[in-house]
Write a protein that binds this ligand. Sequence first.
Ligand code: ADQ
Length: 454
Amino acid sequence: MGRMIAISNRTASDPKARAGGLAVAVWEALKSSGGMWVGWSGKLVNETPRGVEVFRDDGVEFVLTDLTHNEYEQYYLQYANRVLWPIFHYRVDLASFDHKAFAGYAQVNQRIAQIVGDRAEPGDAVWVHDYHYLLMADCLRKVGWKGPIGFFLHIPFPAPEVFRAIPEHEWITRAMCAYDVIGFQSEQDRQNFIRHLIEDNGGEDLGDGRIRAFDRTVKVAAYPIGIDAEGFEAAGDTEEASIAAEKIGRFLGNRSLVIGVDRMDYSKGLPERFEAVGQLFDDHPELHGKVSVTQIAPPSRSKVEEYRELREQLDQLAGRINGDYGDLDWIPLRYLARSYTREELAGLFRVARVGLVTPLRDGMNLVCKEFVMAQTEEDPGVLILSEFAGAAEQLQSALIVNPYDRERVAETIYTALTMPVEERRERWQQLRQTVMEYDIGWWRNSYLHDLEAV
Ligand code: ADQ
């Protein structure tokens, strides 16, 4: 095969952005084929840029374009983040529909497709990432590209009944069928999409993972994304990790640490999690002063109103819980609205007795896999995982919870805190094996194997 061309909203053009798992996976795929990475530069301008910024780094060619303020507003803030993100996470109540925003979204897809079409050569393969570019294959076909195009959706694909709330759903589905391979995080997502193709759009299941719809044949499969498992394990052994562990140790004393780490997003179930923590201290006064819950949640997308409201809600809830249960020498729930490095997180996870990963919906969720890899055999912590995270399909040895069930989540935290070390070890060993086997390299190879077979 020729070069790989990746398209995503943001690229890892900045070497610092290459630390995360996904960026590394895509980077490796591009490097080995002398590939190209196309996306937004992160800069905003007043008029549609005529040119692009092109540079090479370590054999990978970056092709970046600025967005106009208007494009940013319609494509990114409105359509991607206030239509697709909420709907795909089952939050029809938070979606705000707007035909103009869809037009802007389609235009940016088309503009990026033109940039790629001008540069792609026969033999290349295109790999498109995430919900910002659902229409990309159709746009690429319009500019004459005939080679293979794969798509991977990092977030959930909702039940068809929910997806159909999007006014432009038919247009989107038809455009998606221009892809050759569509990858989802979970079996559930794959089934939702197939059901939508068959029940709502007259598609036909060809029985070999391929579906025929809108006069096209598309391979639809689940490729659960993983992490750089060995790398994360090693991050826990660094000095930076020890320093973070020691720092939080000073605050903890001999209390047990329950930790949560999430982007501040309404899909992550943070208010529900805080309520469950309140319930735990209500039900178990014997834990007062003995447990410290720390939630790390850096604000994201703060230009979107729903995210500002979430921030206020969390401030209030944390204040109330600490007011109700705290004491002169004890803060029950600490909530830090900032981010930490991978090494620091690995150090904090290692100290933690319980990892709380309770999203209301999550494509995969990588934090739970990172939590597993940061544990040691001697004294492994317990993972509490939402049944609505894609990762729950793989990590059945975690304590699986319904994040809406406050009382049950509280009881599960109690179970985790009092679990004997033998059971903790047994569960952790199973989890670790899965996270190691289905790591980020497995994900990339299995996806690219299918794309190359097109
Ligand atoms: P996200 O919604 O961003 O990703 P997640 O999978 O948990 O969610 O990945 C977050 C990454 O950011 C993790 O590597 C985590 O360590 C890091 N992170 C989170 N909070 C942090 C903090 N306070 N400080 C530093 N780092 C922090 C989307 C989808 C997911 C899917 C991924 C990958 O929503 O479902 O798993 O893409 O496909």
